[in-house]
Design a protein around this ligand. Structure first.
Ligand SMILES: CCCCC/C=C\C/C=C\C/C=C\C/C=C\C/C=C/C(=O)SCCNC(=O)CCNC(=O)[C@H](O)C(C)(C)COP(=O)(O)OP(=O)(O)OC[C@H]1O[C@@H](n2cnc3c(N)ncnc32)[C@H](O)[C@@H]1OP(=O)(O)O
Ligand SMILES: Cc1cc2nc3c(=O)[nH]c(=O)nc-3n(C[C@H](O)[C@H](O)[C@H](O)COP(=O)(O)OP(=O)(O)OC[C@H]3O[C@@H](n4cnc5c(N)ncnc54)[C@H](O)[C@@H]3O)c2cc1C
Length: 631
């Protein structure tokens, strides 16, 4: 069958709600979401097996973006689709993949890593997998309360299998963290298997249909062949065959961090679409007293809040794709046994995941605030987008913890520079900074990119010097590192920003040669706006570390304001170009037709509190008090 994905899914009636999700209980929300999740899964399986084919020349990610509208919240199978299968595909041996990756598999899985006691510091994970050579099995065990798995999406009620991260023990020796496939519920009855304690963790700020769960093992046995064995093996006699790189087990986190950048770009484009369209409809106060009230989008301060969101969505789309391609390249190298590029990819993924999630949540919140009171309504969908987006600052590696990973990488290169050892080309600017080869400031995108590199060098130097000073004062390395950690994270943040500016600008300039002149102008305006915005935000750092002057900053400010005015006529067109359907935006404020007030009234009429003209609580609680006062 040939289908157009959007039309096909939009026509599946059971996927679309009559009653807004906010009015459902926690349990009803899950039940509603799981019903839809299995309809979506069926479509994905049909696409995968080729039973249905799409005519819109896009990938299953098309289904992925539509599902934001279907669920409004989160698909409880997100981790099953996004992490369970991909981890098996990346880390299981060919034989294991042949057995487990069947399209008609009974397994509904999840990725079970975090514990009550440990999330960031995964070496501290306490769940054990002990090899029993007499039975050729691993024994999974939760030794204490803090070792209970806690958080995995889909675990609470849905999953019957999972990939568990546990400490591998063979003959009393701990070989560190490894991944094991464990069945946890009966495929037929769905009851937890003996030795499994599993449940749901309760309501959260967002992700309330994600079915996050807890899990404990009481000496639960699984076959030896259930350890994921592509990169590392345990043989029948208990021989341990080491991986080529001991962090290959962390590959799923790396991949998800890369994927997330594009997902956050999409969340930003949704928030920008809602806020810009609303700002074109909403009129509030005249600019000159004798004129009619103006669209709030005409206020330059409103443009300042919104155009950076449009630009940032483009930045993260471009950089997300750039990282995706790097990931593909590095993975191909790893297949060939070459691990050389893995540390760089990890360092980039860590800081870009950290900054993209932090930027995205701050900008989504900015869009919500830019919609005034109406942005506070759930029916605007901005609170839900915020709750979804801000979770990404924490999951798949907490913000600060990831920035500190990138800092390790920067400090290594700074040490090389300080010791006058050869540096890779992309860190040659460290040497320039040490030799004080400062470029004359240029008020241009290229000048700003150079300025940001100077900030990275200056902040890395400051952090490195503090680290060395702490060491000289007799601190041990880890303690000295902790004492310098504020400066180290600052250096990482600056590094991420310089990468974002450089990649976005270069990719935009290249893209501009392939599109019409009028489109190229707008794309370059957006890219320039992004660079100017951040140069102004970080002008203090530029004054500290580059050759910028006060006059240069004033000129940047003028150019920035000029860019806001240039982008204003295209603002609505730019968000329309994100091409997000009303069914996905789910927003009274952001629909294409601009019927904001009508939609708000229509949504309000769905409130159960409007079902009765007089709510029965009046008779129970209000009237006895108010009537008594009258007497
Ligand atoms: C229809 C289609 C659907 C498609 C859907 C597709 C995608 C989904 C898109 C978006 C997902 C959206 C929503 C998902 C929602 C929720 C999912 C959430 C899941 C989770 O949160 S899973 C749990 C994640 N947990 C973490 O991330 C923990 C963070 N901690 C760590 O990663 C590590 O502990 C650490 C902080 C990196 C340190 O590790 P540790 O073992 O202590 O390391 P050290 O011994 O200190 O050594 C560091 C050393 O190792 C290098 N290193 C560390 N990690 C890696 C790595 N991943 N790769 C390569 N190298 C690594 C590091 O560089 C150090 O090297 P040195 O040379 O400096 O020593
Ligand atoms: C919505 C959501 C979905 C999730 N889904 C899953 C899932 O499917 N599977 C799964 O396994 N997990 C999942 N998680 C768990 C998630 O991966 C962890 O919450 C995350 O890795 C952070 O770990 P933590 O909660 O232990 O935070 P902590 O590490 O306890 O962080 C708390 C604070 O301590 C600081 N801190 C910690 N260590 C350091 C350090 N070394 N240096 C400096 N500061 C430090 C942090 O910066 C932070 O400020 C999910 C979490 C959320 C919120």
């Amino acid at each position: 069958m040939m289908i157009h994905t959007n039309n096909y899914i939009l026509n599946i009636k059971e996927l679309w709600d009559d009653v807004p999700e906010e009015y459902l209980s926690h349990k009803e929300r899950y039940e509603n979401a799981i019903k839809k999740a299995f309809i979506v899964l069926k479509v994905l399986r049909q696409l995968h097996t080729g039973n249905i084919q799409i005519t819109d020349h896009r990938t299953p990610t098309n289904v992925y973006s539509i599902q934001d509208g279907i669920f409004r919240n989160v698909n409880p199978l997100l981790i099953h689709i996004g992490l369970f299968w991909s981890t098996i595909a990346a880390q299981a041996s060919t034989e294991q993949q042949a057995e487990w990756l069947q399209p008609d598999s009974s397994m509904i899985g999840t990725y079970v890593q975090t514990e009550l006691g440990h999330g960031s510091f995964i070496r501290g994970i306490e769940t054990t997998a002990t090899y029993d050579s007499t039975t050729d099995e691993f024994i999974l065990h939760t030794p204490r309360l803090s070792a209970y798995k806690w958080w995995p999406g889909g675990l609470g009620n849905t999953a019957n299998a999972c990939l568990v991260m546990a400490q591998l023990y063979i003959n009393g020796t701990c070989h560190g963290l490894h991944i094991f496939l464990a069945q946890i519920r009966d495929f037929d009855t769905h009851k937890p298997l003996p030795g499994i304690k599993v449940g749901e963790i309760g309501p959260k700020m967002g992700f309330n249909t994600a079915d996050n769960g807890f899990l404990g093992f009481d000496n639960h046995r699984i076959p030896r062949t259930n350890m994921l064995m592509k990169n590392v093996q345990v043989l029948r006699d208990g021989t341990y065959v080491k991986p080529k790189h001991d962090k290959l087990t962390y590959g799923s986190m790396l991949l998800t961090r890369v994927t997330l950048i594009s997902d956050l770009a999409y969340q930003l484009s949704k928030a920008a679409t809602i806020a810009v369209r609303y700002s074109a409809v909403r009129r509030q106060s005249p600019i000159k007293s004798n004129e009619p009230e103006r669209q709030i989008l005409d206020f330059v301060s409103q443009q300042h809040k919104l155009f950076i969101t449009i630009a940032s969505s483009h930045v993260y789309r471009v950089v997300g794709l750039w990282m995706w391609n790097s990931h593909k390249r590095v993975t191909a190298d790893i297949h060939e046994g070459n691990m050389g590029q893995l540390p760089e990819l990890h360092a980039l993924a860590c800081c870009l995941k950290a900054i993209s999630s932090r930027d995205a949540s701050a900008l989504v919140e900015q869009c919500r605030l830019a919609c005034g009171g109406h942005g506070y309504m759930m029916a605007s969908n901005l609170p839900q987008i915020y709750a979804y987006t801000t979770a990404a600052v924490t999951y798949e590696g907490e913000y600060t913890v990831l920035l500190l990973q990138t800092a390790r990488y920067l400090v290594k290169f700074w040490r090389l520079a300080a010791e006058h050892k050869p540096l890779p080309q992309n860190f040659a600017y460290f040497e320039d900074y040490i030799k004080k080869n400062f470029e004359q400031w240029r008020n241009s995108p290229e000048g700003i990119i150079e300025g940001f590199k100077a900030i990275v060098a200056g902040k890395t130097k400051a952090a490195y010097d503090t680290l060395q000073c702490n060491l000289r004062n007799g601190r041990e390395f880890e303690e000295a590192w902790n004492m310098a950690s504020v400066q180290l994270t600052n250096a990482s943040e600056a590094y991420a920003r310089s990468l974002l500016c450089e990649v976005f600008w270069k990719e935009t300039v290249q893209l501009s040669t392939k599109v019409s002149k009028s489109l190229a102008i707008v794309l370059e305006q957006l890219a320039e706006l992004y660079l100017m915005y951040w140069a102004l935000e970080k002008h203090g750092d530029l004054l500290l570390y580059s050759t910028i002057s006060r006059n240069d900053i004033e000129a940047l400010q003028s150019r920035y304001e000029e860019l806001l005015a240039l982008i204003r006529p295209n603002a609505v067109g730019l968000v329309d170009a994100f091409d997000i359907r009303d069914e996905v935006l789910c927003s009274t404020l952001g629909a294409y037709d601009g019927r904001v007030y009508e939609r708000m009234m229509e949504e309000a009429s769905k409130s159960p509190l409007n079902e009765d003209v007089v709510n029965e609580s009046f008779h129970k609680y209000i009237r006895p008090v108010t009537m008594k006062n009258k007497l």
